[in-house]
Design a binder for this molecule. Structure first.
Ligand code: ACO
Length: 431
């Protein structure tokens, strides 16, 4: 028996198979089961991919027990303190921190790709005024492939890079246009003199008839939130992007599929759901009632912004956002915002509750982000759009990594079939 192998015995037949172990640089090693079906006649059953590694990746690592998150090896806390969104985007796409020249060039490229084709603008008018901005995002981002087909040859690394730049650059413009449509205001063009976050705020909140000045506190807070949301291993939306991309679909279509997956309340939609929940709870006195509901298996209510598939400790992003919340509310909003007070109390009470302690349920990134967005004047239905803007960097980095991976092949899970066995068609007269 090889040392770096796992031996599996079939107790039905006594047959054995030796499976190679692939080493990870951090986290659990992975047993290679690629030949298991052929060698043993079984497939692996793992709904929700609890123990399945779908790919090799060198982008992001998180240790759920320690509450640790690394982008390309750098702790999220260090990036949050010293870096900015554009620099971290470069790090994710190219693997290392940029030199000053590389950063200037990259920043220039992203800035100068931010306008969207004028014809694309008419798409927004086709949506009903109260369309959810995420619905608009799914449609409009998917349609980018109809406009930028000069960068959809996925076999060409330069095309892939141009598509990645375009996507990162245009996302704020599309997001802001979705918002402007929902409030019936004219779209605002990007301003090349502004930062990534500043530009988004300007496109969302400036109007042609008035001067608008980006607030540096808002800009800093948004940049931080964007850094924290860039990537998170093989989560549902990232896996969706990879799966769509594995068929050779163009990158714009793949990112649109990621936006769709992100929208759900169990994933990126949770930030919007947290505010609705806090609104519903309404008062600190009602917390015990809602905690009891969250614990009741017969009740569909869950504590939104709590729990995570991988984190079994405090989500490091939630800690950074909570700190920023204090700063933003003190500067821009109400330092004694009753909703923030309610959230702090809810967290405190939940973290002392046996149900949450036993299951290791802690606040996740979505628990406090909505409160910051609200203080910045961003409406609840735009929260998940904000997430999508930042996560686009992770999606394109993961997509690029996948395309250049020699082991990559079309994603095609097997199934445990539990339907009827073969039977003959019964004619209508005999049924
Ligand atoms: N409220 C109450 N109970 C919870 C919660 C919650 N928020 N989250 C998990 N639990 C319970 C489950 O009922 C389960 O209990 P059981 O063992 O008695 O059956 C146990 O904790 C384990 O939870 P699972 O649902 O098995 O964990 P899973 O990894 O499948 O789900 C998820 C993770 C979807 C994030 C879940 O915790 C949840 O729904 N949270 C609320 C939504 C949310 O905040 N999503 C954002 C996630 S972060 C992100 O996507 C950016």
């Amino acid at each position: 028996m090889g040392k770096d192998t796992v031996t599996v015995t079939d107790n039905r037949t006594g047959r054995q198979v030796e499976l190679p172990i692939n080493s990870a640089t951090m986290g659990p090693d992975a047993v290679d089961i690629g030949r298991f079906l052929r060698d043993m006649g079984y497939c692996m059953y793992d709904p929700g991919f609890l123990s399945t590694a779908s790919c090799r990746s060198s982008l992001t690592y998180l240790d759920g027990e320690k509450g640790m998150l690394l982008y390309r090896g750098y702790p999220i806390e260090q990036l949050a303190e010293h870096s900015n969104f554009i620099e971290v985007a470069y790090l994710m796409l190219y693997g290392d921190l940029p030199s000053p020249e590389q950063l200037a060039e990259f920043s220039n490229i992203i800035t100068h790709h931010s306008m969207i084709n004028e014809s694309l603008k008419s798409f927004f008018h086709g949506f009903y005024h109260d369309a959810h901005p995420m619905a608009i995002m799914v449609g409009v981002v998917g349609s980018l492939s109809a406009f930028y087909h000069d960068s959809t040859d996925i076999a060409n690394p330069r095309h892939r890079e141009i598509a990645a730049h375009r996507m990162i650059a245009k996302m704020p413009s599309i997001a802001a246009a979705s918002y402007k449509h929902s409030v019936g205001e004219p779209q605002v063009y990007p301003d090349n003199s502004l930062s990534y976050a500043g530009n988004l705020l300007n496109m969302m909140f400036s109007v042609p008839c008035e001067k608008y000045k980006v607030d540096p506190v808002a800009e800093k807070a948004l940049d931080l939130i964007f850094i924290l949301h860039i990537d998170h291993e093989q989560n549902a939306s990232t896996s969706t992007v990879r799966l769509a991309g594995s068929s050779g679909a163009n990158p714009f279509a793949c990112i649109a599929s990621g936006i769709a997956a992100l929208w759900g309340p169990a994933h990126g939609g949770a930030n919007e759901a947290v505010l609705s929940m806090l609104d519903e709870i309404g008062d600190i006195r009602n917390i015990p009632l809602y905690l009891a509901r969250a614990k009741d298996k017969k009740d569909a209510f869950r504590l939104m912004g709590f729990g995570h598939r991988v984190y079994k400790n405090y989500d490091p992003r939630a800690r950074l956002i909570r700190n920023m919340c204090h700063e933003v509310l003190a500067e821009l909003g109400d330092a004694r915002d009753p909703m923030f007070e309610l959230a702090l109390h809810l967290e405190e009470i939940a973290l002392q509750d046996d149900y949450f302690i036993e299951r290791k349920l802690y606040p996740n990134v979505d628990f406090y982000s909505g409160l910051i967005y609200r203080a910045l004047g961003i409406p609840a239905n735009m929260f998940t759009v904000m997430f999508a803007i930042a996560r686009t960097v992770g999606w394109v980095a993961q997509w690029m990594e996948m395309i250049s991976d020699e082991e990559q092949r079309i994603g095609r899970p097997r199934q445990l079939y539990v339907g009827p066995t073969q039977r003959d068609y019964v004619s209508m007269a005999q049924r």
